[in-house]
Design a binder for this molecule. Structure first.
Ligand SMILES: [Zn+2]
Length: 266
């Protein structure tokens, strides 16, 4: 069962790659996949999740253009998370909702990294799925609590958005955090939103700061390629917050499902 979920996750991840790539473009998601460089339509054996990328050593079979490591990573992360959720105690209906939300979370995180934007239809789908999940897990005995869990989790981001008039926080992040409350309940949903700032700070100080220092160093040495590599991280004024929010929610979600205590969190 868990292994079937892993393979299913790899396939879903492969679909997510297409969805992420083509959302916001004129291209529909139904067309055949092709090399983004030479436009050649890919054969079925070039589309096997993770395996094809490894076998082709990350390059197109004909034009040798590099294929982003994002493709196998999205597939692998989806497969591993599907495996972990399918191994939990969740009954079939909440599990199905959880897997659908995990797929959407991955799409949102990667799309936000590229575009600093979260498509509204993905946020609305997450809000509906998470509300149904909350209803399935927590029941409707406290109907007020059930409805207010989403807004409570989103409140800190809403206040930042309102106070900064959208400068510090996009409204897409506020809408995304609604689902945290319905997945985790009001308390842990709120904690998930706050914990995202901790993850954001740790990643910024631990990865982005050294990278920008490296970029400055490389720039002085005149190493252009290394400078360009770091420049992608330094020249951007805003780091998208969606990936941190989602990482935080998934970590807390798994910790509650598996009863694992996380340091810093009550
Ligand atoms: Zn090619």
């Amino acid at each position: 069962m868990e292994y079937a979920a892993f393979v299913f996750g790899l396939i879903v991840g492969s679909f997510l790659n297409v969805l992420i790539l083509r959302t916001g473009t004129d291209e529909g998601i139904g067309g055949r996949s092709h090399c983004s460089h030479c436009k050649r339509t890919l054969e079925w054996y070039e589309l096997v999740p993770v395996v094809s990328w490894l076998a082709l050593a990350g390059r197109c079979r004909t034009c040798r253009a590099p294929i982003s490591i994002q493709y196998p990573l999205v597939e692998l992360i989806t497969g591993v998370l599907f495996f972990i959720f399918a191994s939990s105690w969740l009954p079939p209906i909440p599990l199905g909702l959880a897997l659908a939300m995990i797929a959407l979370f991955i799409a949102v995180a990667v799309f936000d990294l590229h575009h600093s934007l979260i498509p509204d239809q993905w946020n609305y789908a997450l809000a509906i799925l998470s509300f149904l999940y909350g209803y399935a897990i927590y029941g409707a005995e406290d109907i007020v609590m059930l409805f207010s869990a989403g807004p409570i989790a989103a409140l800190p981001l809403f206040l930042l958005w309102a106070y900064s008039r959208g400068a510090w926080m996009g409204f897409g992040d506020v809408k995304l955090a609604l689902s945290f409350g319905w997945i985790l309940g009001p308390l842990y949903g709120f904690v998930a939103t706050m914990f995202a700032f901790v993850i954001g700070a740790v990643v910024s100080l631990g990865i982005l700061l050294p990278l920008s220092a490296l970029a400055t160093f490389a720039q002085k040495r005149g190493s252009k390629s290394l400078w360009q590599y770091g420049a992608g991280f330094t020249m951007r004024s805003e780091v998208p917050f969606g990936p941190f929010l989602i990482a935080s929610c998934v970590i807390l979600w798994l910790s509650t499902l598996y009863g694992i205590h996380i340091p810093l969190i009550p």
